[in-house]
Design a protein around this ligand. Structure first.
Ligand SMILES: C[S@@+](CC[C@H](N)C(=O)[O-])C[C@H]1O[C@@H](n2cnc3c(N)ncnc32)[C@H](O)[C@@H]1O
Length: 181
């Protein structure tokens, strides 16, 4: 799927994906459970990298609290339009939406306590550059929660270990918890 949504076909595919997410979330309410396990502390700076339509942003905003901050970034214009509607609709004052262009976004250097990248790592074309950008804006000792997405765990680990500056701390059924060295 072309996540950048530059063609009518890829835009349609994105709208279909969002509709499927809406049904899943209505039935399972999985987005609440998922973030609760990450250990997001009140007052911390969180990044939802590859945020898509922003289905986790309400929970992330609540967990980070009024003194915390949530950056939500994506390469897709369509994703950010959906996320903007959600941020506005829920009145999430501590959430900032950012586009990712040429693999870079405007999150300040070494500012994030915790970054999560869910259901998207399989789609990243240049994992090394991707992990280097997350490394740039994560604090030393900060955390990256990296979900496998649609790829085997061994592939996630190989890509992670092929990049500099990350250590795997824990593996769960769904994701790797990594520390920024
Ligand atoms: C399947 S959606 C998942 C959205 C969200 N993380 C979730 O779990 O609900 C994948 C998202 O990752 C984004 N994406 C794909 N490649 C990316 C990259 N290299 N950097 C950042 N975002 C990317 C896509 O635009 C899309 O919005």
């Amino acid at each position: 799927m072309d996540y950048r949504g530059t063609t009518a076909r890829s835009r349609l595919a994105y709208h279909i994906m969002v509709a499927i997410y809406a049904v899943q979330d209505f039935i399972v309410k999985g987005q609440e459970r998922t973030l609760d396990g990450f250990g997001i502390a009140a007052g911390s700076t969180i990044v939802d990298y590859g945020c898509g339509p922003g289905r986790y942003l309400g929970t992330a905003s609540r967990l980070a609290g009024p003194s915390g901050r949530v950056y939500a970034a994506d390469i897709s214009e369509v994703a950010l339009q959906y996320a903007a509607r959600r941020v506005q609709g829920l009145g999430l004052a501590n959430v900032t939406l950012l586009p990712i262009r040429d693999g870079r976004c405007a999150i300040p250097d070494t500012s994030a306590d915790l970054v999560y990248a869910l259901d998207m790592f399989h789609a990243v074309r240049d994992p090394k550059a991707f992990l280097a950008e997350i490394h740039r804006f994560t604090k030393p000792g900060g955390t990256l929660i990296l979900e496998d997405g649609h790829q085997p765990r061994a592939v996630t680990c190989r890509k992670l270990l092929g990049a500099d500056g990350w250590r795997i701390e824990e593996e769960t059924r769904w994701h790797l918890r990594c520390t920024r060295c």
